[in-house]
Design a protein around this ligand. Structure first.
Ligand SMILES: [Zn+2]
Length: 74
């Protein structure tokens, strides 16, 4: 479904719109701490390009083990 390129507007985990507004100078992602362990799960070609969406940050915070299990790199 997804083309070879990286879609920076989509979450690397759930592929939903991440709604990151960093380009406007103010975004929810500035206030929310994204855990290092969650960043480590982002595929390397998407890291620092595609934002993780708020839902996935919350899901990870709530259940780190379950989230890691679901999205772990193979
Ligand atoms: Zn997501």
């Amino acid at each position: 479904m997804a083309p070879a390129g990286v879609d920076a507007a989509r979450c690397p985990f759930c592929a939903g719109a991440n709604a990151c507004a960093a380009e406007t100078g103010s975004c929810w992602c500035f206030d929310l701490l994204v855990p290092e362990a969650l960043l480590a799960l982002v595929p390397s070609k998407q890291r620092n390009r595609a934002c993780i969406c708020q839902n996935c940050v919350r899901a990870f915070t709530r259940d780190p083990d379950g989230f890691t299990e679901r999205y772990r790199k193979r």
